[in-house]
Design a protein. Structure first.
Length: 250
């Protein structure tokens, strides 16, 4: 972290977020599956649970699942093959301390009510260890498979993001393209802290100021160290200009 973050904490959210993101501290996580599958896009998933439990025993801060609904040949990676939310339920019951992250749920491909319900459930079952990365998606082949327009993913991402945020409130009432829960109904369970930690991935078809304003942190991509330092400095400057507490980068 840079010097202007010294002695300034991030806004606490839940157990997972608070343990992974601390100013002036680098934490390390692992992306699942924890195996080498260089001969093809599909991992074996052999001993996958044992390896995640070992990562927890060795002190890794988090394990990160991916949202890969289809094995797209041009993408060349089927992720962990299991649905991330179903897999989170298993990991919540088979681990105790390690943060459980998703990098990242492709919001336009799912209804936000389902995302909010599944994410809050995983957060509660894991004792507040969920960190939810969210993204607009970058694989055009997936959209026609769900009869969805790829060019509209930016608008869908924003509406879905807003919907999920409001599901943390008690009996929320709002208008949204995904629905209008205005009849006094409520969604349960609520996240352990009343709020899901939402890490926005890349640009997600939004401008940098919107991401700094709305995200609880930012997921970006590997770059050379000089460029990465500048990118992080720019992020910190944008967040500070908003009068917000510092927000983490991963």
């Amino acid at each position: 972290m840079l010097k202007d973050l010294e002695n300034i904490g991030f806004q606490p959210i839940n157990r997972g977020f608070n343990s992974v993101f601390q100013p002036n501290r680098l934490s390390l996580g692992l992306v699942v599956p924890v195996e080498n599958y260089s001969n093809g896009p599909v991992p074996t998933m052999i001993r996958h649970l044992e390896r995640i439990q070992l990562a927890e025993e060795l002190g890794f801060a988090a394990v990160w699942l991916r949202d890969v609904p289809f094995n797209v040949p041009s993408f060349g990676d089927a992720g962990q093959t299991y649905d991330p939310f179903v897999y989170l339920g298993l990991l919540a019951g088979q681990t105790e301390r390690i943060a459980l992250g998703v990098a990242s749920i492709i919001l336009p491909l799912r209804h936000p009510a389902h995302v909010a319900k599944a994410a809050a459930t995983a957060d509660v079952l894991s004792g507040g260890r969920l960190i939810l990365g969210v993204a607009s998606g970058d694989r055009p082949e997936e959209y026609p498979a769900l009869s969805l327009p790829f060019p509209d993913r930016g608008a869908a991402f924003r509406e879905s993001f807003d919907y999920i945020r409001q599901m943390g409130e008690d009996s929320p009432m709002f208008e949204n393209v995904f629905g209008s829960p205005n009849g006094g109904i409520d969604m349960l369970p609520k996240p352990t802290s009343g709020k899901l930690p939402l890490m926005i991935t890349g640009g997600s078809q939004r401008d940098p100021e919107w991401i700094a304003q709305n995200g609880d942190g930012w997921m970006t991509y590997p770059r050379n160290t000089v460029m990465q330092a500048q990118v992080i400095q720019d992020w910190q400057t944008r967040v500070k200009a908003l009068g917000s507490l510092a927000k983490p980068v991963m």
